[in-house]
Design a protein around this ligand. Sequence first.
Ligand code: T4K
Length: 370
Amino acid sequence: MDDILVTRSSMPELEEYIEEIRPIWESHWLTNMGKKHEELSEQLKQFLGVSQISLFSNGHMALELCLQALNLQKGEVITTPFTFASTTHAIVRNNLKPVFCDIREDDYTMDADKIEALVTDRTEAILPVHVYGNLCDVEKIEKIARKYGLKVIYDAAHAFGERYRGIGVGCFGDASMFSFHATKVYNTIEGGCICFEDESLGKKLARLKNFGIRDAESVDGIGANAKMNEFQAAMGICNLRHIDQEIEKRKKVVERYRKNLEGVSGIRLNSIRDDVDSNYAYFPVLFDEEKFGATRNEVCDYLKSNHILTRKYFYPLTNTFECYRTQYSADDTPIALKVSKRILTLPLYADLELSDVDRICDLIMEVGRE
Ligand code: T4K
């Protein structure tokens, strides 16, 4: 029996991709902001409903270079430990100090009511994560940022294509990063972008992702190489043609999971907001051992023994990583700690068969009863 993995990359038909890359073959123009790159930029701007966009080789470099471009010098950035390694590393690799804020119990995003207590005279920015595609409290965060003069950079890696009350999620804050990694709702194989409004930020990003080069004879920034190449952009153009159907298929999978698992004692499903058009990026389930009768780890192991490979996104918390643990205590973010020990993301991708969803849910119920 083949394993069912936590996700499976969406891909166009091979012939569609071949047609898309044919001009690249003919022109020999492979990277450095070529025609496909420019075409995809325009298409994504429209699709995401944002005013400015800058494409990158991956989401992490987009985030890291965005923080660099914002020139944050006071030192502290308030963020969440309930995220992928990238978010925290992007801060630290800019010689900035992450200050960890706890999360909300219902949607796992940064608890905006706990931000103000963490603001010091060294705080310069807030970096929240729309984790699993759950939107942060963008209004409250905006208010706090205004009050203290802080920048807001959203890690929107999971929130591609989502809208809040009709507004593209990339419109909030000073900048938002989307990831186009193979495992995401939308992929360019690897890739990512920053969305923003301020044109001067766009100019800095353009230089920083290309070694800091201003023009052929001047280099005025300590940049990196983080350009999206033409093959990535071609994949992005193809995948964007099918994104609405892909999200629709994911929705069906999520609805089936919810139908099967809703109301089961000891299982908490991801909360759903009416004012957000979801992209159905992840299906996290929280297990309360006492009520359900089994721990998250027991469920994970049982599913694995039945060829279902789930993931413990996001365990461990980033503030407990070996590289950070001497500087932080997870006890300072007790809700994040509790959630990270109990949460499991179940397989979710557009082509996941509904019969497999039923089987996964049956297996989960078996562990709970044992
Ligand atoms: N911020 C947040 C909140 C993020 O979640 C991420 C990335 C970032 C920032 C950084 O964005 P990028 O620089 O990645 O654009 C995966 C992804 O590598 C990572 O992109 C993602 N978050 C994270 C949540 O998940 P792993 O180590 O769990 O991936 P891996 O290789 O175990 O793949 C998971 C499953 O995906 C596999 O079991 C099968 C499937 N898969 C994987 C690959 C690589 C495919 O179907 N096709 C593939 O090509 O990190």
